[in-house]
Design a protein around this ligand. Structure first.
Ligand code: CIZ
Ligand code: SF4
Length: 324
């Protein structure tokens, strides 16, 4: 079937109505996917929204860990994701067995030092269910500072997997968390040189950056925050132009919310022959209207999370909800 976007959207909407399905899309997905969705948001807002809707089927257009988080929070519902292969380089950079090894080593160090120190594992939401099951408290970029601030001052904290976000949280909380060395390939490839050129060409224009960006990019930014925080800033601000350093899918929602404002994306470093030379996440872009239509039609692929893992993972997510 080779349909135009509008035809696909109409067909998907009527299929969703017929099947009592609700469609969720992350801010980083293609514009047409966002246009087709019932709810657009960051991963946490979407998963929370999913617990409130009265639907038989939830379709999560995003990446694998987002579908998992939704399934963990809504175990009774059928959760579909248009492409099971839509992964996340950041989540992939932290394997549960490697994190478990680090936890064991750090516990041993505490034991050998005879200190009566508590070890707390804090994980960014961009992690697998297995990693969340080893975690004490999950955080997102919206609530990481607030949650880390509440942890006991003398506790030893492991933070993973995003090293850039962890360094940023260390700098704003004064903590010295042990950082996992993971990164998002999209956020870590923004070009400092291009950003400096954009700043010089657009004097006085604010730079808005996601904390998954590298420290030199953050050092040049005026506002650092989650996708939701950056979006809200553009809506609230009286400024008319902004330089944006995060995945470019968010520009669609920014432009829709502020049609009279201009958003200038920071380009990535040019790395010859490696991956995508744009500031788009290729995993997010794997969600197409065709796959969304087929997944709703066939009710497949369906997300499943091992019951035991889900039970452990949900407590670290619930702790986040209590603390944020
Ligand atoms: O939590 C999310 O949705 C991500 C990946 C980014 C953000 O800042 O909202
Ligand atoms: Fe993962 Fe980065 Fe893509 Fe977000 S933009 S889903 S962190 S790879």
């Amino acid at each position: 079937m080779d349909l135009k976007n509008k035809e696909y959207i109409d067909k998907i909407r009527s299929l969703a109505k017929e099947k009592n399905a609700v469609i969720f899309a992350h801010y980083y997905t293609r514009p047409e996917i966002q246009e087709c969705a019932d709810f657009i948001g960051d991963s946490l807002a979407l998963a929370q929204q999913a617990t409130r809707v009265d639907a038989d089927i939830l379709v999560m257009c995003g990446v694998h860990f987002m579908g998992e988080t939704m399934k963990i929070l809504c175990p009774q519902k059928k959760v579909l994701i248009p492409d099971m292969k839509a992964g996340c380089s950041l989540a992939d950079s932290c394997k549960a067995e490697d994190l478990n090894e680090l936890i064991k080593n750090e516990k041993l160090k505490i034991k050998n030092s005879d200190a009566c120190q508590e070890l707390i594992v804090v994980s960014y939401v961009n992690t697998s269910a297995e990693v969340k099951a080893l975690t004490d408290v999950v955080v997102t970029s919206s609530n990481a500072k607030k949650i880390v601030d509440q942890l006991p001052k003398d506790a030893k904290i492991i933070f993973g997997p995003d090293h850039n976000l962890g360094s940023y949280i260390n700098s704003v909380t004064g903590r010295n968390m042990i950082l996992w060395n993971g990164a998002c390939h999209v956020h870590s490839r923004f070009s400092l040189e291009a950003l400096l050129e954009l700043k010089a060409a657009n004097p006085g224009v604010e730079v808005l950056a996601h904390p998954e960006c590298k420290a030199p990019i953050l050092a040049q930014s005026d506002v650092i925050g989650s996708t939701k925080a950056l979006l809200e800033h553009t809506i609230r601000s009286s400024a008319k132009r902004f330089i944006i350093a995060t995945e470019s899918g968010i520009l669609f929602e920014m432009q829709r919310a502020c049609p009279d404002k201009e958003f200038i994306p920071v380009p990535p470093e040019v790395t010859e022959g490696v991956g995508c030379s744009c500031n788009e996440c290729e995993y997010m872009r794997m969600n197409t209207l065709e796959k969304l239509y087929n997944c709703l039609l066939n009710e497949s692929p369906e997300m499943h999370v091992d019951k035991e893992i889900a039970e452990k993972a949900i407590s670290s997510i619930q702790r986040m909800l209590e603390m944020s």
